[in-house]
Design a binder for this molecule. Structure first.
Ligand code: FAD
Length: 378
């Protein structure tokens, strides 16, 4: 046996799982096709948003609350500042499903928040254009995370506690056997007790049988120059989601002293092959993002000054696959986080460690059960 657990893909979830497993004394062998903290897949672009008043469903709130504690733990252990809670402003039509779900998350869990209407919102946040049927909700337990530093921090801690991570090593196949799982990577064979598949957007390349359930999608991040830098800093501009009709802009304040991140993240484009990710901007994307910034974020000049493309694996229902892969003995999947998994990653790492060590978790992850959409690949 080369290790008790093999981790395929040491990106967001893989690094957090390695940290949690190594901390509990489990021997870990990780495989990462690129470098640690690389920005070539889902974890790049300087910031990821953390929100608690969740528009994707109140069932995530307990996980998010646990994740917040674990972010603080990771900060303490690594000595790095990773999560800044400067608030989150969600603006959309009061009757839209997203705003209704945010309000439900707040009322179900009594979350710290403020509701701002009309001129109250306009006066406090002049960076945004608000219409009369819009409602602004300020989530007090929201902010931004440093994604590259988070992956590096978790990986370094894992290695310090004995995990081995093979960088620039691509896994070609995994095969469950009666006494463990064999892994082939760069032509060499390894044997481990159990395996975590945390390959994100690349999962369907490793496991073509999952190609219908885990679709790689391309997300473009864009940054804009503010007209007045004094009202876009961390103290003035919360992280935000500005939704209206077909527009959906999500972003973060100025972190580098010159640009605001504002990205169009609705309905990301499905891609055939993650290895061929187009990293530039398509003309129609440029038009759509400039038009939405012009309409909804008057504090910014509408031409992006920086753009980059990333990707994530999307499931058909927008909820990840987390748990045993049906029909695959000793194999756990943690993938398909559908554009909203980063904020959850430390708690996902902890849950994965519990599933691998104890075969169960105390967290409620029934909405992420792979069995809900994977029965047919058994
Ligand atoms: C542009 C963008 C913006 C986002 N914004 C937010 C946000 O604001 N808030 C939020 O919570 N979430 C956000 N997300 C979602 C979040 O970033 C992802 O859900 C999360 O990072 C996915 O983690 P992962 O571990 O599944 O994938 P990754 O972090 O991509 O990790 C997969 C790793 O596996 C490696 N790998 C793949 N195949 C192999 C192989 N065969 N052998 C070895 N290694 C392999 C890859 O190189 C990669 O490092 C965003 C995503 C994107 C793309």
């Amino acid at each position: 046996m080369d290790a008790e657990v093999g981790i395929i893909g040491v990106g967001t979830m893989g690094s957090m799982a390695a940290w949690q497993l190594a901390k509990k004394g489990v021997s870990v062998l990780g495989f990462e096709q690129f470098g640690i903290g690389n920005d070539r897949t889902a974890a790049g672009g300087e910031s990821r948003l953390f929100r608690t008043a969740y528009m994707e469903g109140p069932e995530y709130v307990p996980l998010l609350q646990d994740a917040k504690e674990l972010w603080r733990q990771l900060e303490k252990e690594s000595g790095n500042s990773l999560l800044t809670l400067n608030g989150g402003l969600m603006i959309g039509e009061a009757e839209s499903p997203a705003i209704k779900t945010i309000l439900k998350s707040i009322s179900d869990f009594d979350l710290d928040h403020e509701i701002l209407e009309g001129d109250q919102a306009r006066n406090r946040y002049p960076q945004f254009k608000l219409y009369d049927d819009d409602l602004a909700v300020l989530d007090k337990d929201a902010g931004f995370i440093r994604p590259e530093l988070a992956v590096v921090s978790a990986s370094l801690l894992a290695m310090k506690q004995g995990a081995e991570i093979k960088r620039y090593t691509k896994v070609e196949s995994i095969t469950p056997e009666s006494d463990g799982v064999s892994i082939t990577a760069d032509g060499k064979n390894y044997k481990v007790g159990k395996v975590l598949i945390s390959t994100g957007a690349w999962t369907s390349k490793l496991m073509p049988e999952l190609k219908e359930q885990l679709i790689p999608r391309r997300l473009l991040l864009t940054w804009f120059a503010p007209k007045d830098l004094t009202n876009t800093g961390v103290d003035k501009l919360p992280i935000f989601a500005r939704m209206r009709g077909n527009f959906r802009l999500t972003g973060a304040p100025t972190l580098d002293g010159s640009m605001v991140k504002a990205s169009y993240t609705k309905d990301p484009l499905a891609i055939e092959d993650p290895a061929e990710l187009y990293r530039d901007v398509y003309p129609e994307e440029l038009e759509r993002i400039s038009e939405s910034v012009d309409a909804l974020l008057p504090a910014l000049l509408p031409d992006p000054v920086r753009a980059n493309a990333y990707m994530d694996a999307y499931t058909p229902d927008g909820h990840a696959l987390l748990g045993e892969l049906p029909g695959w003995k000793n194999v756990i999947v943690g993938s398909g986080f559908s554009g909203h998994g980063f904020k959850l990653s430390p708690v996902i790492g902890k849950i994965i460690s519990e599933l691998l060590i104890d075969g169960k978790t105390g967290s409620n992850i029934s909405h992420l059960d792979p069995g809900r959409i994977l029965r047919e690949v058994e």
